[in-house]
Design a binder for this molecule. Structure first.
Ligand code: NAI
Ligand code: MG
Length: 372
């Protein structure tokens, strides 16, 4: 019997459906550990940092909170956002307050078309569609640079400046990441997205870095597409996509479009990676706190569960990650679907169906091979 590999995970459910879907993901991880026959274990520490916590204490992350997070192997995050706190306060107070100082500069957002899930794209019925949005996650439009001033001039005269920051280093590292990722995929292609016709400084720098880095990857096909054209391409010619790399804002918008095309925002998973592993990486569904359905127990847990699979990949357990993805596919293929996908299964029913599939996959793998 080998020693147990124990992963220390920080869990931050946050607001709204964040808690419901994080609970679902942790249930799946618990099953993964049980089925590993002692090979792996998860040591989960929950941090109650939410908008409620902010309203009570005046902060999302307490003093020393990041030092606490730094001790963990990974962070599993739900969502943040509440009607009682301005959205920019909650996002900068919790999510960006982790991704920025931990330099989680690569945000990976696979667009996955699951069997049994109806896509609004007719093409999805008979075309193999599967691409990954790689989002620059540390600078660009979300660098947080700028300010508001001149309110002293009286009503109607305020000025706000929101500056995008594009560094050559920041651009190069995310573009190299995209090329390296493309090399691991069946279709070796990177599509770079900018708006360099209108934004002649930062986005032209991006285009130039992309062209330079591409020379180091002659085996990978490339294209540079403006973001407006890429939005159309997502809908009209998505079969031509494999890895799509874009700035913080553009990739954020495109990934919501991608997940909607795959069937629902509730499906989309993401990883905020610090590839150098100087800091823990953070795994979270793409969706927000969904206040319109929070507390009803009907949130789709697939985005959160698939984010847990990305966490398993990052922790060096790709077989377990694949088993989780396979279990999700089996469940949707059997048309066990949550409300946002036209089904009637609630969050717990979805989760238990996925757990049951994991157990079935494990039992099948453990069964002796039939003798010829
Ligand atoms: P949202 O993603 O929370 O919801 C958009 C729509 O998708 C809603 O109709 C919601 O019910 C539905 N939806 C989302 N996830 C679902 C799931 N798992 N199952 C079923 N339906 C789902 O985006 P919205 O409404 O723009 O923002 C709500 C709050 O979340 C805001 O405060 C916003 O700032 C915050 N937010 C936080 C994010 C994060 O923590 N990473 C990301 C996006 C938004
Ligand atoms: Mg978004």
């Amino acid at each position: 019997m080998t020693d147990t590999q124990t992963f220390s995970i920080a869990s931050i459910p946050g607001d709204g459906i964040g808690g419901e879907v994080v609970a679902a993901g942790l249930r799946v991880l618990d099953t993964v550990a049980k089925l590993s026959d002692g090979a792996i274990a998860f040591d989960i520490t929950e941090y109650p940092w939410s908008s409620e916590h902010y309203l009570e204490h005046g902060h999302y992350i307490p003093a020393g909170g990041l030092d606490e997070l730094q001790k963990h192997d990974a962070i599993y995050f739900g969502a943040v956002g509440s009607a009682d706190v301005p959205d920019h306060t909650s996002l900068w107070g919790l999510r960006l307050a982790i991704t920025q100082p931990f330099d989680q500069w690569a945000n990976i957002r696979p667009v996955t078309f699951l069997p049994g899930v109806e896509s609004p794209l007719r093409k999805a019925d008979d075309t193999e569609l599967d691409w990954i949005v790689v989002r620059e996650n540390s600078e660009g439009e979300y660098a947080g640079m700028g300010g508001r001033n001149l309110s002293g001039r009286g009503p109607g005269n305020e000025v706000a400046l929101q500056t995008s920051l594009h560094t050559e280093k920041g651009t190069e590292r995310i573009i190299r990441f995209a090329f390296d990722l493309a090399r691991t995929r069946p279709v070796k292609k990177v599509s770079s997205v900018t708006k360099s016709n209108a934004q002649q400084y930062g986005m032209v720098l991006w285009d130039e870095v992309f062209a330079r880095v591409a020379e180091d990857y002659p085996d990978v096909a490339t294209e540079s597409v403006l973001v407006d054209a890429m939005s159309a391409k997502f809908v009209l010619r998505p079969e031509e996509l494999s890895v799509v790399v874009a700035s913080n804002l553009h990739a954020d918008i495109l990934s919501d479009l991608g997940s909607a095309l795959a069937g629902s925002l509730g499906l989309a998973a993401s990883a905020n990676l610090n590839p150098e592993r100087r800091h823990p990486s953070m795994f979270e569904p793409v969706h927000g706190s969904a206040p319109d359905i929070a507390g009803q127990g009907v949130a789709n847990p697939i985005g959160a569960i698939s984010s847990a699979a990305l966490m398993l990949d990052h922790l060096g357990r790709p077989a377990e990650a694949d088993a989780v993805r396979h279990a999700v596919e089996n469940v949707t293929e059997a048309r066990i679907l949550p409300r946002d996908l036209g089904g009637s299964a609630n969050t717990i029913e979805m989760t238990e169906a996925i757990v049951a599939q994991l157990e079935a996959i494990h039992a099948e793998a453990a069964a002796p091979m039939p003798t010829p």
